[in-house]
Design a protein around this ligand. Structure first.
Ligand code: GRF
Length: 202
C-alpha cells in the first residue's frame, strides 16, 4: 500500500474526491496519510479532520523564507514516509531543488487541457477566464508530474469538457471539476500507486 500526502490551499474538493475514491474502492493501492495546507483557513483541513486524517499547516510567511518553507514541507513528507505527493489546489510554486528531490513523485491537477491556459499566473478562476476570453469550445483538466517548469511536467491523464454558451468562469470551473478533475485525479493516483506497487514486487 502506497502512502499519499496531499498538499492543499483552499476548499479541498479534489481532496474530498480522493477520500471518497478510497471509500468506494477506486483507490485501493494507496492511502492518504497526511494533508498539508499552506493556509490555516483552508476548508480542506476540515475535510481531513472529518476523515480522521492527520493534517499540518505549513505557512511560507511564518517559515521566513522559501528555503525554510520547503524544508519544513520536505521534512513533514519524509516523516510521513509518503511515496506520492499530490498537489490538489496547492497555491505555491515549488522550487527546482524541491521538485528534483521528489522527482516523479509529485503530481498536480490543472483545470485546463495543457498546454493551453497553463504556466505561471494561470491558477483558479484565471484559467477559466482565459479559456472563455479565447472562445475555446473544449477545455478540461490535466494531471501531470511536477517538475521545475510550472505545469510543464509529463502529462499523465487528460479529460476534455465542453464549454457551453453563456458559461461564466464559475460555471465552467464547476463543470470541469465535476466532469474531469474529481474523476481523473483519483484514477491517476490509483494507477500510479498500483504500478509502483507492482514494480516493487517484481
Ligand atoms: C482546482 O480547480 C484545481 O484544478 C486547481 O485548484 C482548484 C482547487 O480546488 N489546481 P479544490 O481546493 O480542490 O476545491
Amino acid at each position: 500500500m502506497k502512502r499519499i500526502c496531499v498538499l492543499v490551499s483552499g476548499g479541498g474538493t479534489n481532496l474530498q474526491a480522493i477520500l471518497e475514491a478510497q471509500t468506494s474502492g477506486i483507490i485501493k493501492s494507496g492511502r492518504v496519510v497526511l494533508v498539508i495546507s499552506n493556509r490555516k483557513a483552508a476548508y480542506a483541513l476540515e475535510r481531513a479532520k472529518t476523515a480522521g486524517i492527520e493534517s499540518k499547516v505549513i505557512n511560507r510567511l511564518k517559515c521566513g523564507s522559501r528555503e525554510a518553507f520547503e524544508s519544513a514541507l520536505a521534512n513533514a513528507i519524509e516523516a510521513a514516509h509518503a511515496d506520492l505527493i499530490v498537489l490538489a489546489g496547492f497555491m505555491e510554486i515549488l522550487s527546482p531543488a524541491f521538485t528534483r528531490r521528489f522527482e516523479r513523485r509529485i503530481i498536480n491537477i490543472h483545470p485546463s487541457l495543457i498546454p493551453s491556459f497553463c504556466g505561471e499566473g494561470f491558477y483558479g478562476l484565471k484559467v477559466h477566464e482565459a479559456a472563455l476570453a479565447r472562445g475555446v469550445k473544449l477545455s478540461g483538466a490535466t494531471v501531470h508530474y511536477v517538475n521545475e517548469i510550472p505545469d510543464g511536467g509529463e502529462i499523465l491523464c487528460q479529460k476534455a469538457v465542453e464549454v457551453l454558451d453563456g458559461d461564466t468562469p464559475e460555471t465552467l470551473q464547476l463543470r470541469i471539476m465535476k466532469q474531469a478533475e474529481w474523476i481523473i485525479l483519483p484514477e491517476t493516483i490509483e494507477k500510479l500507486c498500483r504500478e509502483g506497487t507492482q514494480e516493487e514486487t517484481i
